[in-house]
Design a protein around this ligand. Structure first.
Ligand code: NAD
Length: 292
């Protein structure tokens, strides 16, 4: 397939390379100077998308996606797939999909989970919004870049699934870290805490698979000095998107709001920037009774 890939950063670069390695003809564009083996570099988004059957975007946010889409859509061939894999707000995803559909394209919003490791290893999970025809056309590409693609319904639903999942993840990680810090103060050994909770009703992915306590449970960023992994900054981004969506849909999400406020304090007011999102545990460990 002839594929254009716009946004060749930490995630987009390896995803584009996996497609090229699988034999697809990939032309890439990024505003930064990026040169990747196997990818032909274009000098603009318009140049990259000319004649492409599928255009993939992997960009930082919804505003940039809207700008790139405004440039790319008029230059795309009718019937082509516009596949956005970035994590963006639901409103931007739906607005871009509407424009793409009006231009005779097949839009899909397909944010991912799995991080940079998943992008490199081709083991991402895609949560996909858009119609069936586009999903079927993009399916072989999801199979190369990932291990699973779930069709979640109409345009915007991929982003909805992603932010709902990550809102749960942020909340459970905070809960798990709070509980470890409390257990410490109560004199409960961390290994015993893990052994009980990971096999009891307090278990979760945050505890069982990504345990925030170093030396306990399976290997996780806690065992690597909290180097990400999944950065607290990106968790904050996703929690903000969840709160934006909650206010535009009038949904009641008090714990999502509290998680967002806590990650904002951690990343913007403390030492959380650039650390894994599970570094909430050393943050709680340090806190005395007088602080929030
Ligand atoms: P990144 O900053 O490494 O990459 C984004 C790329 O987009 C950069 O190379 C940048 O130069 C390029 N770009 C910016 N504006 C552009 C434009 N107008 N035209 C073309 N290129 C442009 O970010 P990333 O980590 O690759 O993340 C990309 C997306 O994936 C984000 O939406 C992020 O939330 C999401 N995501 C990231 C992770 C992760 O672990 N890094 C995990 C899941 C989802």
């Amino acid at each position: 397939m002839k594929i254009a890939f716009i946004g060749l950063g930490n995630m987009g670069g390896p995803m584009a390379q996996n497609l090229a390695r699988a034999g697809h003809e990939v032309t890439g564009f990024d505003t930064a100077t990026v040169s990747l083996q196997g990818i032909t570099t274009a000098t603009s988004a318009t140049e990259a998308v000319a004649g492409a059957e599928v255009v993939i975007t992997m960009l930082p946010n919804g505003d940039i996606l809207r700008r790139v889409a405004d440039e790319a859509i008029p230059a795309m061939a009718a019937g082509a797939v516009f596949l956005d894999c970035s994590t963006v707000d639901v409103d931007s995803a739906r607005a871009v999909a509407e424009k793409a559909s009006a231009a005779g394209l097949l839009p899909l919003d397909a944010p991912v989970s799995g991080g940079v490791g998943g992008a490199q290893g081709g083991t991402l999970t895609f949560m996909v919004g858009g119609d069936e025809q586009g999903f079927e056309k993009a399916k072989p590409l999801f199979d190369i870049m990932g291990q699973k693609a779930v069709h979640c319904g109409a345009s915007g639903n991929g982003q909805a699934a992603k932010i709902c999942n990550n809102m749960i993840l942020g909340i459970t990680m905070i809960g798990t870290c709070e509980a470890f810090a409390l257990a410490d103060k109560l004199g409960l050994d961390r290994q015993a805490m893990f052994d009980v909770v990971s096999t009891s009703s307090g278990s979760s992915w945050s505890m069982n698979t990504y345990c925030p306590a170093p030396g306990v449970g399976p290997k996780s960023p806690a065992d690597n000095d909290y180097k990400p992994g999944f950065a607290a900054d990106l968790m904050l981004k996703d929690l903000r998107l969840a709160q934006d969506a909650a206010s535009s849909a009038d949904a009641d999400t008090p714990l999502g709001a509290a998680a967002m406020a806590l990650y904002a304090t951690f990343v913007e007011g403390e030492d959380g920037a650039g650390r894994d999102f599970s570094a909430m545990l050393p943050r709680f460990e340090k806190r005395g009774h007088d602080k929030g």
